[in-house]
Design a protein around this ligand. Structure first.
Ligand SMILES: [Zn+2]
Length: 405
C-alpha cells in the first residue's frame, strides 16, 4: 500500500479553499500547511523539538546544498536525512534545480540536464532528471520534486514555451526513474506568466499522473498581482484529489490569498531569514527590532503571543541582543516568526473548518496592512486580487492581474 495519501476534509464553497490531511511514511500533516525551510538539513537556529513545539508538521530541505555538502551518499550511509537531522516527521526535498539556477553563474542547460559549477569550490557537476530523483531517493524525504527549469522573468511567450517543453520532458523522465514507493513525487507546473502555457502544463502533468502538483516559477520578480493572477487561474485547474503546492511563497497575506484559490502547501524563507535580520511579524504588521523606539520597551514582540520568546523577553532585550550581534537574537527572533506563521496557518485551517474564512481573512488583512502594506505606498494588493465571489458587488479587478503578453 502506498504510504502517501491526501484527503480533503472540507472545501469552502464560497472560495475554493480546502482543508485537508496528508499522510506520509513519517506521519501526517494538516493542510493548508506552511513548511519551514531547512536549507542545510536544519531550520537555522532551531532544534526539531522547537519546531514541533510551535506546531510544524512538515519541513523542507534543499537537495542542492545537501548534494554538494555533505553529499547524498554520505547521508544515505548515515541512515537517511530524517535520521541524520533528527526529524522523524514529514519531510520534503526540492529537486535542486532552483538553487542550481539561482546560486550559480556558470549554468548550462541542455535537453539532457543542467551543468553547473559549485558555488562552494568551483567543482563541475551535472544534474539530470534521473540524477535529481536518485539524489532525493538517497536523502529519503517523504515528498520529492521533479527537476524543472524555472522559467526566468520576464520571458517572451516563445521562450516560456520552450522552457515548458523542457520541464515536461524532464518531468516524464523523473517519473520513469522514480522507484521508492514510500516517497511521493510531485510535478511542477511552469509556463511563465502565460495562462495558456500554464494550462497546457497542468494538463500534460495531470496525464502523467503525479502524487501532487506544485506551481513553480513564481515569486521570481513579477508583481504580487501578477503572481496571484497566475495562481488564481492555474490552481483551480490542477487535479482536485492531490495536494497543490505553491513554491517559495510568501508573506502570510500572500498565503491567505493563495489558500482562497485552493492551494494546500507553502514554503518560504521569509519568516526565518527576516528573523535573523531583526524583522518580526506581528498581527499589526512588521516590527523592526533595531529601531530606537524599542530601546526601553518592556512589551513582548506581540502582546498575547504564546511563543517562548514573547513569554519571556522584552522588545528592549531583543533589540539589545540584535545590536550586540548575539547568537541568541537569531534564535529568539526565529522562534517568534515561525510561531507566528504556524499560528496563522492554524487559524486559516480553523476558519475553513468553521466556514468563516472570508470574514477571518478580511479581519487579518485589515490588521496586516496597517503598517506593512501602507508604508510601502503600493496600491492595495488585496483589492486588485480579490476573488470575484468574495468581492460580491465590489468592482473587483481580478482581471487586472492578467499577464502581459
Ligand atoms: Zn511571540
Amino acid at each position: 500500500m502506498a504510504a502517501f495519501r491526501f484527503e480533503i476534509l472540507k472545501t469552502d464553497a464560497a472560495t475554493g479553499a480546502r482543508l485537508g490531511r496528508c499522510r506520509t511514511a513519517h506521519g501526517v500533516f494538516q493542510t493548508p500547511a506552511f513548511m519551514p525551510v531547512g536549507t542545510q538539513g536544519t531550520v537555522k537556529a532551531l532544534t526539531p523539538e522547537d519546531l514541533r513545539e510551535m506546531g510544524a508538521e512538515i519541513i523542507l530541505s534543499n537537495t542542492y546544498h545537501l548534494y554538494l555538502r555533505p553529499g547524498h551518499e554520505r547521508i544515505k550511509g548515515l541512515g537517511g536525512l530524517h535520521r541524520f537531522m533528527h526529524w522523524d516527521y514529514p519531510l520534503l526535498t526540492d529537486s535542486g534545480g532552483f538553487q542550481v539556477f539561482s546560486l550559480n553563474s556558470l549554468v548550462k542547460v541542455s535537453e539532457e540536464g543542467v551543468q553547473f559549477q559549485s558555488h562552494l569550490d568551483g567543482s563541475r557537476h551535472e544534474i539530470t532528471p534521473e540524477k535529481a530523483v536518485k539524489v532525493q531517493e538517497a536523502l529519503g524525504a517523504d515528498i520529492i520534486m521533479c527537476l524543472d527549469e524555472c522559467t526566468p522573468y520576464p520571458a517572451g511567450h516563445e521562450e516560456a514555451e520552450r522552457s515548458l517543453e523542457l520541464t515536461l520532458n524532464w518531468s516524464r523522465r523523473c517519473k520513469d526513474s522514480h522507484h521508492r514507493e514510500d516517497q511521493a513525487l510531485f510535478g511542477i507546473v511552469q509556463g511563465g506568466m502565460y495562462p495558456d502555457l500554464r494550462k497546457r502544463c497542468v494538463e500534460a502533468l495531470g496525464e502523467m499522473g503525479f502524487d501532487g502538483y506544485a506551481l513553480g516559477g513564481l515569486s521570481v520578480g513579477e508583481s504580487k498581482e501578477m503572481m496571484l493572477g497566475v495562481v488564481s487561474r492555474a490552481a483551480p485547474l490542477l487535479p482536485s484529489g492531490q495536494p497543490r503546492y505553491l513554491m517559495g511563497v510568501g508573506t502570510p497575506w500572500d498565503i491567505a490569498r493563495a489558500v482562497l484559490h485552493g492551494v494546500d502547501m507553502f514554503d518560504c524563507v521569509l519568516p526565518t531569514r527576516n528573523a535573523r535580520n531583526g524583522m518580526l511579524f506581528t498581527k499589526n504588521g512588521r516590527l523592526v527590532i533595531k529601531n530606537a523606539r524599542y530601546a526601553d520597551d518592556e512589551n513582548p514582540v506581540e502582546p498575547g503571543c504564546s511563543c517562548y520568546t514573547c513569554r519571556h523577553y522584552s522588545r528592549a532585550y531583543l533589540r539589545h541582543l540584535y545590536l550586540a550581534e548575539e547568537i541568541l537574537a537569531m534564535r529568539l527572533n526565529t522562534i517568534h516568526n515561525l510561531h507566528f506563521y504556524m499560528t496563522f496557518m492554524g487559524e486559516v485551517r480553523q476558519a475553513i473548518a468553521e466556514e468563516r474564512l472570508k470574514d477571518w481573512i478580511k479581519t487579518c488583512y485589515a490588521q496586516g496592512t496597517s503598517e506593512e502594506e501602507k508604508d510601502s505606498g503600493q496600491p492595495d494588493p488585496w483589492e486588485s486580487t480579490f476573488p470575484k465571489k468574495l468581492a460580491g458587488n465590489r468592482n473587483s479587478a481580478s482581471g487586472r492581474a492578467a499577464p502581459v503578453k
